[in-house]
Design a protein around this ligand. Structure first.
Ligand SMILES: Nc1ncnc2c1ncn2[C@@H]1O[C@H](COP(=O)(O)OP(=O)(O)OP(=O)(O)O)[C@@H](O)[C@H]1O
Ligand SMILES: Nc1nc2c(ncn2[C@@H]2O[C@H](COP(=O)(O)O)[C@@H](O)[C@H]2O)c(=O)[nH]1
Length: 206
């Protein structure tokens, strides 16, 4: 379909998947994009882990019990779900459908396995891989964040090495350089802007 901009209509909203290793800065970049007033709808995913200090139910995640999450799986309420470091994470279908109907660009923040699943379900989505400039920098970030034990950090770094190899499955890579969050946010914004100007834009049907 030709870009609706050519007929004076609003651009087609995009389904954007932002992924990358744990600790690379996905949440930080998305928060910065919100602070800078970039317009998008962030899909709040369901999560069976306990809330961290400062996290808000319905804003960061829908925090649910393991039993409730397993019910969501059984009742086919999730577009995608994964066991991420021992806890369930999943995308409620109704959240995505409601968000896509809003006409705004919709952003999913999920792990790399989840991105591969969405690629199978919605190959026309826009896939952006957020990468650290090195594994040492990733270690530093995870250590400073203080939300995982030393053993858990080593496990996440081992997984990260494999996840970095998956970057080839994505459309774009953005490096979240140390103390350059605004640059990463701006690059994601630029990618989204350019994609909206394609003569033949991506069209996702779910
Ligand atoms: N560009 C940056 N420079 C320095 N520190 C950063 C940068 N981006 C993020 N951080 C810090 O790195 C840590 C990890 O960031 P964040 O929690 O956003 O990562 P994440 O990818 O969402 O992690 P997870 O997948 O585990 O949820 C946080 O303490 C955050 O403040
Ligand atoms: N496959 C999915 N991954 C998800 C989803 N929601 C979040 N995530 C990813 O989980 C990890 C760990 O998150 P944390 O908040 O416990 O540190 C992170 O990489 C998220 O991107 C989802 O619905 N599906």
């Amino acid at each position: 379909m030709l870009n609706p901009l050519l007929e004076g209509k609003p651009a087609t909203p995009l389904l954007v998947v932002i992924s990358g290793p744990s600790g690379v800065g996905k949440d930080s970049v998305l928060m910065r994009m919100r602070e800078l007033g970039f317009p998008f709808h962030f899909v709040v995913t369901a999560n069976s882990r306990p809330k961290r200090p400062g996290e808000i139910d319905g804003f960061d995640y829908h925090f649910v019990t393991t039993e409730r999450f397993e019910q969501m799986i059984r009742e086919d309420e999730l577009l995608e779900w994964a066991d991420v470091y021992g806890q369930y994470k999943g995308i409620p279908k109704f959240e995505v459908r409601q968000a896509m109907a809003s006409g705004r660009d919709v952003i999913l923040r999920i792990n790399v396995d989840g991105a591969a699943t969405i690629k199978r379900i919605a190959p026309e989505a826009l896939f952006i891989f957020l990468a650290p400039s090195s594994l040492d920098e990733l270690r530093h970030r995870l250590t400073l964040r203080r939300t995982e034990s030393a053993d858990e950090i080593e496990q996440r770094l081992a997984v990260a090495a494999h996840e970095l190899e998956q970057a080839r499955l994505f459309d774009y890579v953005v490096i979240n350089h140390e103390s350059r969050l605004d640059e990463a946010a701006g690059q994601i914004r630029a990618i989204i802007m350019a994609e909206k100007l394609r003569v033949y834009p991506r069209q996702v049907t779910l």
